[in-house]
Design a protein around this ligand. Structure first.
Ligand code: ZN
Length: 257
């Protein structure tokens, strides 16, 4: 989904804030169920929304995965599809420069979406530590490369993650791995943002989590819908990051410093 308004923080907080009275987990579950219900029911769903409910917003523990064997098996049909695309564009797939393009493009697309091959729970094993640390943990400027699910062109930008531990911390590199797994799928920026926050919450049960994603959508930039340098900013604030303005402000200040 594309929005050109960079000042989206308050809008997202409002969307997230509908379950203010429930616990962090209760709130999260509600969010997940809601999205599931919407994608599962076909009535009234805009044509652009995903037709594959199982691929979106699953709980991190029950993600559908794609295997390396699946890649090998589907490569010929994917390449054939790219061949069709080339013809459809008025190109000649037999000219020299394009001879291997369908295979290259199919292989590249599998790589761009390799997040389907991985499960969050696998990377978290052995990476969660009991620790009495109760100060905010922030990892900012995590590089993110994803694919817009509406146009199949890149979304890229930075992800900033903060959380307030509650006796459990996560190996720092794993935050970037969570970003990698969710971003290497067909995405909309809002869902990517929320999935990262949900995964961290479910893994660590922290006092709170904040995730901010700043991204450029090539489908907007290349089609001239918005100016070259504008970015879309989305955020998900959970627990004390949502309930306590001071905590949220500290996070937002630190990721901008
Ligand atoms: Zn798009």
């Amino acid at each position: 989904m594309e929005r050109s308004n960079p000042g989206q923080l308050s809008q997202n907080e409002k969307a997230v804030g509908s379950a203010r009275d429930t616990s962090v987990n209760g709130h999260l579950l509600e969010g997940v169920v809601k999205v599931r219900g919407r994608t599962a029911g076909s009535v009234g769903v805009p044509a652009e929304t995903s037709a594959q409910p199982s691929s979106v917003m699953e709980s991190w523990k029950e993600e559908r995965t794609r295997s390396v064997e699946d890649n090998e098996m589907s490569l010929p049909s994917l390449a054939a599809a790219y061949n069709t695309i080339l013809r459809g564009l008025g190109e000649d797939p037999q000219r020299q420069g394009l001879l291997k393009t369908p295979w290259r493009a199919a292989t590249a697309m599998q790589y761009f979406t390799k997040g389907y091959q991985e499960k969050i729970i696998d990377i978290l094993n052995d990476a969660i530590f009991d620790e009495d640390h109760d100060e905010m943990v922030i990892v900012k400027d995590i590089d993110m490369f994803s694919m817009c699910e509406h146009h199949l062109v890149p979304i890229f930008g930075k992800v900033h993650i903060g959380y307030l531990p509650n006796k459990r911390v996560l190996g720092l590199s794993k935050l970037a791995r969570i970003v990698e797994i969710y971003s290497r799928r067909l995405q909309v920026q809002e869902r990517l943002t929320k999935q990262i926050a949900v995964a961290i919450t479910e893994a660590l049960q922290p006092a709170g989590v904040g995730v901010v994603v700043e991204a450029t959508h090539m489908c907007m930039v290349m089609r001239g819908v918005q100016k070259m340098n504008s970015k879309t900013v989305t955020s998900t604030m959970l627990g004390v990051f949502r309930e306590d303005p001071k905590t949220r402000d500290e996070f937002l200040t630190l990721i901008r410093s």
